[in-house]
Write a protein that binds this ligand. Structure first.
Ligand SMILES: *[C@@H]1O[C@H](CO)[C@@H](O)[C@H](O)[C@H]1NC(C)=O
Ligand SMILES: *[C@@H]1O[C@H](CO)[C@@H](O)[C@H](O)[C@H]1NC(C)=O
Ligand SMILES: *[C@@H]1O[C@H](CO)[C@@H](O)[C@H](O)[C@H]1NC(C)=O
Ligand SMILES: *[C@@H]1O[C@H](CO)[C@@H](O)[C@H](O)[C@H]1NC(C)=O
Length: 720
């Protein structure tokens, strides 16, 4: 079969859309306390880079025709695709057969992850030709974008798994027989700093769902063998996550796809498995020489048993470039597809690697040189490679990047938004939002209208005065800097025609994270003036010259303070139990310096940061690594802290609830007393699409790209 000419035709036409409602598998419903929060409120948080992803799935022919086809519909963020085999597809036809569909053969099936409608779901797109040629081979190769095709193609979108009500991350789908194998985070292991990521199988026709990962373990990056019998995963086994943010220290395990049984470790140190045939696994790992490389493992099978003691492992891609996230195919065992980072390019590209002649063929760079291309997958007949990349304003025309993205929230009564910026804060009446977008501070109405620049310098952390209308506090200078770095707190009157500024701290000793007292008299902040970052309180109007009190003292870091609505407490994050370790816990203290208490910690060595009280003071929203990491970081663009998710706890630290489920860096939440309508707000100018960065630690400008990775738990492996 040679579907390329047909797929090229798809590139030029518009689709009719049919959204097919299907029964969503019934996961154990989280028992939500509908009285969780008094009154309707909103939470806004930031996710590094995510607002400019605009991912769609594209494809190129493996035989070198330089026509890149966009396969997904240019809405939301679509990624991590899978081409199901036609035979497997025929077995789930009952899902589509319920609906009036064209009688013609489908042209294309694509299974992928999408984040549309504010939650992570797995979709199947099937594209039909409703009239005319009966087979894809009969469609003319030449396509000219003629409008007469408009009514001829229908895209049928089916949500396979996921739910608008129950929030979880879904990832890495593949179809085997009538079952979808995929990753989901919907089950809480109940242990701090344990990943919720596990592999499930859902029979699509019946909706019956089975967990394949043993309880208490986390599995990433599942891959089903060509026969469907085996599934390989990257897993920590019982070791658990050790804080890795670059390469995960995973090993590769194989189990029976049917029920998860016969689970064995086949490869020590590896991730992102992909099967060449039922006894050949490709995978990636970072070697001691610093390069990410693809490896091949041959696993002998005798009488249906894997010969785990006789696995032969070989490095496949050479040092000198990074090659990772391999995809192999049974239909053509002579090549694999990989993502690469090479010196001479700032972008991640997809290449074919011929495993017989050991040569690379560039796939994406000749066609689309200045974009990152991620996570390749191969069509069943090996004629096409799919991958995702940012569609960019030119391909899309819609310019639909979001200033405020409405997310599904498992907590009733609270609307949840991702803002395209960071350090948001609400005016006391909840009518206005201040936020930071490098390099400056902006203020807008809560519906996203009236965006106005109020400071054009590098700044972070914003907070409003509770009494004086229009007074905003921020810290001017770089984030994540040492105690002596020049950072000072200013107040801005954002209601002036030309905003006026007043400098409140003077010494530049990393004075940051202002939070005002509800009586309008004081501002709490952290300062490095003693040589350590501790908390202080100063006069709100005149700054430290008007009065300065030290609140905490010690050779550690206290930071990110938030004053309670009743005025009695100041929340803050601190590494005081293990100074310098990078581990932060949540504490609270009375403004008069008494009553210090630990509120919560995210397990041993964990991080809990950016606390913010609910408007009634009974709850706290935080960002934390409580749920570990949810995907291999190399499968995403750069995230400094890919473990960050947003949680809500009671103000005594009990009853933690997870709000966000993704593999991104979610942080800096703020809580508004007003309910924001649950709708997306688009940038009026389309926003800055594709402006995210690739993983910073994929260093290519050196012959020995060994990186400092203080959190790595991966065993160092000589790869030569
Ligand atoms: C998703 O949101 C769009 C509007 O953005 C709406 O038209 C559509 O019905 C929603 N789909 C679902 C499944 O909720
Ligand atoms: C398999 O792939 C190789 C390398 O791309 C190509 O030369 C060969 O023709 C392919 N074989 C088949 C049977 O398609
Ligand atoms: C300190 O402040 C708290 C509440 O803000 C109050 O309950 C307590 O009595 C105060 N303690 C002293 C010694 O003033
Ligand atoms: C690597 O070198 C390229 C070209 O010289 C340059 O554009 C890029 O910024 C460098 N990257 C790093 C991480 O130093």
């Amino acid at each position: 079969m040679k579907p390329s000419s047909t797929l090229e035709a798809l590139f030029f036409v518009f689709f009719n859309f049919i959204l097919v409602p299907v029964a969503i598998p019934n996961f154990a419903a989280a028992d939500l306390d509908s009285n969780l929060i008094g009154g309707a409120t909103s939470i806004v948080f930031a996710t590094l880079g995510r607002s400019s992803y605009a991912f769609d799935i594209y494809s190129l022919s493996t035989s070198g025709q330089p026509i890149e086809l966009q396969l997904t519909d240019g809405k939301s963020v679509n990624f991590n695709g899978h081409f199901p085999s036609f035979s497997s597809f025929s077995r789930i036809n009952p899902i589509l057969a319920k609906h009036a569909l064209p009688s013609t053969e489908p042209l294309l099936h694509l299974i992928y992850v999408t984040e549309r409608n504010g939650s992570s779901n797995i979709y199947l797109d099937t594209v039909f030709h409703s009239t005319g040629p009966r087979s894809i081979l009969e469609i003319p190769t030449e396509s000219n974008g003629n409008d007469e095709r408009v009514d001829e193609l229908k895209r049928v979108q089916t949500r396979l798994v996921g739910s608008n009500r129950r929030v979880s991350m879904k990832d890495r789908p593949s179809l085997v027989g009538e079952s979808l194998i995929y990753v989901s985070t919907h089950e809480d292991p109940g242990v701090p700093r344990a990943s919720w990521t596990a592999v499930y199988s859902t029979e699509l026709v019946t909706g019956v769902t089975r967990r394949l990962t043993p309880k208490g373990l986390a599995d990433f990056s599942p891959a089903v063998s060509p026969s469907g019998v085996w599934t390989a995963v990257a897993s920590y086994g019982k070791k658990g996550w050790a804080g890795d943010v670059q390469e995960l220290g995973t090993d590769i395990y194989v189990f029976l796809t049917r029920d998860g049984s016969n689970r064995v470790q086949v490869i020590e140190h590896g991730g992102w498995p992909s099967w060449g045939d039922d006894s050949t696994l490709y995978f990636h790992r970072r070697c001691e020489d610093g390069w990410w490389s693809v490896f091949r493992a041959i696993i002998p099978i005798t009488n249906g048993q894997l010969g785990v003691d006789e696995v032969a492992i070989q490095r496949v891609t050479p040092p000198g470039l990074h090659a990772f996230t391999p995809a192999a195919s049974l239909a053509n065992k002579s090549f694999i597809a990989v993502a690469t980072r090479r010196s001479g390019s700032d972008y991640r590209h997809i290449e074919l690697f011929d495993v017989v002649s050991n040569t690379f063929t560039e796939l994406t760079r000749p066609v689309s040189p200045n974009a990152h291309h991620l996570n390749p997958f191969i069509s069943p007949d090996a004629s096409r490679v799919g991958y995702h990349k940012c569609r960019g304003a030119s391909n899309d025309g819609e310019g639909n990047n979001l200033l405020l993205e409405n997310l599904q929230n498992p907590l009733p009564g609270i609307s949840l938004f991702r803002i395209d910026g960071s350090f948001p804060s609400f005016s006391p009446d909840g009518e206005r939002i201040a936020y930071v977008k490098f390099p400056g501070v902006y203020v807008m109405n809560r519906d996203g209208s009236g965006v106005r620049s109020v400071l054009t310098r590098t700044a972070f952390s914003t907070a409003w005065d509770w009494k004086r209308k229009g007074i905003l506090y921020t810290s001017v200078g770089p984030t994540f800097a040492s105690e002596s770095t020049k950072v000072d707190i200013i107040s801005i009157n954002v209601d002036d025609d030309v905003p006026s500024y007043k400098q409140l701290t003077l010494g530049g000793e990393n004075n940051a994270f202002p939070s005002a007292s509800p009586d309008g008299k004081w501002v709490a902040f952290r300062s490095g003036r003693s040589g350590h970052k501790n908390l202080y309180i100063m006069d709100a109007l005149n700054g430290e010259v008007g009065g300065l009190y030290r609140l905490t003292e010690g050779p550690w870091s206290d930071t990110m303070c938030n004053w309670s609505p009743d005025g009695d407490w100041i929340l803050f994050a601190s590494d005081r139990e293990n100074p310098g370790s990078g581990s932060f816990e949540l504490f609270k203290i009375h403004p008069n310096g008494t009553g210090l208490q630990k509120v919560i910690q995210s397990g041993s060595g964990g991080r809990t940061n950016h606390p913010w009280f609910s408007p009634d003071g009974k709850y706290i929203v935080i960002t934390s690594d409580y749920a570990g990491v949810s995907a291999e970081p190399i499968s995403n663009p750069h995230h400094y802290q890919p473990y960050g998710d947003i949680f809500v706890i009671k103000s005594d630290g009990s009853d933690i609830r997870r709000l966000t489920h993704n593999s991104y860096e979610d942080g800096t939440p703020a809580w508004s007393p007003k309910y924001m309508k649950t709708v997306d707000v688009e940038w009026s100018n389309g926003g800055s699409q594709c402006s995210f960065e690739d993983c910073h630690w994929l260093n290519v400008n050196t012959s020995t790209p060994v990186v400092e990775d203080q959190y790595s738990s991966a065993t160092k492996i000589q790869c030569a």
